[in-house]
Ligand binder design. Structure first.
Ligand code: ADP
Length: 259
């Protein structure tokens, strides 16, 4: 649990650091942009100078768009936990998941009907699922199967599953039949900025975010992977009985049906 807390703090620190750098760097770019506009005004209308100032300005604008993206990533967006029906959430993501995965990957969904709702931030949850789907796609360039399972899971007092506190959870599994990970990769996979993907393709933040999402919601994340056999990402999220705005009717007794 201590390692989990450390991990969540790391992700937050990295976000803050990125945001601070982006903010300062943006000020530098504003100075450059102000300068180019002054040069243009003072230097008169020679074509050569206009071309050069256009170049500088265009580069600074590109920098501005990078800092904007960084700021958007690091902004501590207000997280709002509502009660979510996982079956409904997955149903709502079906099209965007299919688009993310492309035509060569088969999707199998096995969701136990009448699952208890979970308390989590919807948009963070959706981002996490899309990140996991993107990882699965990248691991299956020749195609394969992505399995999404959700079932109720009761963690007893003697259980040691992922360091979870005893209680009722929804256990969500995202499994692929892709290339898998060797032990060294697996050990570092949830570290912020750890990536084995080529520059520009991976941020190394997908699993770090997924793990901090699970912990922040009172649950846990576990990885299971073997080279050549595929990867299983397990997310446990605490089940809740609280009623909330995003909830759909949950049949009474579904909690006791949990195994
Ligand atoms: P990114 O996908 O940007 O690299 P992640 O944090 O999501 O960042 O993943 C970190 C690394 O873990 C990946 O670069 C890859 O090596 C490995 N990984 C993650 N998911 C999978 C998967 N489903 N199959 C195989 N390897 C994976």
């Amino acid at each position: 649990a201590e390692a989990a807390l450390l991990q969540a703090q790391k992700v937050q620190a990295v976000g803050q650091l990125a945001g601070g750098i982006a903010h300062d760097f943006n000020n530098v770019l504003q100075a450059v942009l102000g300068g180019t506009s002054l040069i243009r005004r003072r230097a008169g209308d020679t074509a050569a100078i206009r071309r050069l100032t256009d170049m500088v300005e265009e580069a600074a604008r590109r920098g501005e768009s990078i800092t904007r993206r960084l700021l958007a990533f690091s902004r501590r967006e207000e997280l709002r936990a509502t009660t979510l029906d996982i079956e409904q959430l997955l149903g709502g993501l079906r099209d965007v998941l299919a688009a993310t995965l492309g035509g060569r990957i088969r999707v199998v969904a096995e969701v136990t009907p009448g699952l208890p709702p979970v308390l989590a931030d919807r948009s963070q949850f959706e981002t996490v699922l899309l990140n996991l789907a993107t990882n699965a796609r990248d691991a299956m360039p020749e195609g394969g199967t992505l399995t999404l399972c959700a079932e109720a899971s009761r963690i007893g007092p003697d259980s040691t599953v992922a360091g979870l506190a005893p209680g009722d959870y929804v256990h969500l599994v995202v499994a692929d039949t892709g290339e898998g990970m060797d032990a060294a990769t697996l050990a570092q996979a949830t570290e912020p900025f750890f990536t084995t993907k080529p520059l520009g393709q991976g941020t190394g933040l997908g699993l770090a975010m997924a793990s901090s999402f699970a912990q922040g919601s009172g649950g846990a994340l576990a990885l299971d992977s073997e080279p050549g056999r595929g990867t299983r990402v397990s997310l446990w999220l605490p089940a809740t009985r609280l009623e909330g705005e995003a909830v759909t009717e949950t049949p009474l007794g579904s909690q006791s049906a949990a195994s």
